[in-house]
Design a protein around this ligand. Structure first.
Ligand code: HEC
Ligand code: HEC
Length: 250
């Protein structure tokens, strides 16, 4: 009886230790993006953009003028991987971004310089999203955005035009889309949504991501870190049980 108890306790402890050690390592580090070749920005622009938008951004038969569209729209198009497209008639959809953050900033600056003198489009919005009014943002979202992007931000088809899902957009990209109106989306200027309301809508769109399951088992929709924490707690509970059981005198 004692021997059986000892073996069972040993197995019990081994399982608990495995869970304890394994539970802490469930959160994977984000994949590093591959190194990209370093070329001067004007060369990158001519190779990747100028072929369609012209050497000075004034447009060609293959692409519209982008002189003076403003930093927000250029950053939106590049950072969501919509630009560059492989062919002039390619679908304009979100793709993995081609450039690093540094290269993106350099390209945005380079293209923005084409617009000097003209009436420039909006700059990249800087927002205090953390302090924004979530409830007011939700109200604005349902009024101004849900018709196209659906109430949960999953996107949808409207009159044969597709509005994309919003779950992969960063706070900056959401604000850029709202202010610039890319593609067939209408632009919302400060008269439609002031900066405070804009921050609220951005916060709400980010909030819409939370009910989604991000890998692993959907544990109260909390994601990989709490899952690790719970595995840890279960392991700890098992250890305590095992210890008490071994300690019990029969
Ligand atoms: C193969 C041709 C092609 C290439 C290469 C290309 N674009 Fe475009 N770009 C287009 C077309 C076509 C559109 C218009 C899409 C539409 O109808 O909304 C566009 C739209 C844009 C817009 C939005 C313009 C507006 O007013 O809506 C920006 C900004 C832009 N491109 C920037 C870039 C940048 C920066 C690069 C290089 C990194 C680039 N594009 C590469 C063809 C191209
Ligand atoms: C009339 C339909 C329509 C309305 C209204 C609309 N959008 Fe859009 N939205 C679109 C379309 C179409 C696109 C794709 C634009 C493109 O080609 O880049 C888009 C793109 C976006 C993107 C980029 C998504 C990504 O990750 O690639 C975001 C973010 C976004 N919209 C947010 C909003 C918000 C927030 C509102 C409300 C303030 C709103 N939209 C209102 C149609 C709409």
């Amino acid at each position: 009886m004692r021997a059986v108890r000892a073996v069972v306790a040993l197995v019990f402890t081994a399982v608990a230790v495995t869970i304890l050690l394994g539970g802490t390592s469930t959160a994977q580090p984000a994949a590093q993006s591959a190194a990209v070749e370093r070329l001067p920005t004007p060369t990158v622009y001519l190779r990747d953009c100028g072929v369609c938008h012209g050497a000075e951004g004034r447009g060609t038969d293959s692409g519209p003028s982008i002189a003076g569209v403003g930093r927000a729209l250029v950053d939106y198009e590049i950072s969501t991987g919509r630009m560059p497209i492989p062919q002039p008639d390619s679908k304009i959809v979100r793709r993995p971004a081609r450039y690093s953050a540094t290269e993106t900033r350099a390209l945005v600056d380079y293209v923005a310089a084409f617009g000097t003198g003209g009436s420039g489009g909006p700059d990249i919005p800087r927002l205090d999203v953390g302090g924004a009014d979530l409830a007011a943002g939700g109200e604005q979202y349902r009024l101004q955005c849900a018709a196209c992007h659906a109430w949960a931000g999953d996107g949808g088809a409207l009159a044969h035009r597709e509005a994309p899902g919003l779950h992969r957009a960063s706070a900056t990209q959401i604000a850029e889309a709202i202010r610039t109106g890319p593609g067939t989306m209408p632009a919302f200027g400060a008269a439609a949504l002031d900066d405070e309301q804009l921050a609220g809508v951005v916060r709400y769109v980010r909030y819409l991501n939370r009910p989604r399951d991000r890998g692993g088992f959907g544990l109260w929709h909390l994601g990989p870190v709490p899952e690790g924490a719970v595995a840890w707690l279960v392991g700890l509970a098992l250890l305590i049980l095992a210890t008490r059981w071994i300690g019990e005198k029969s």
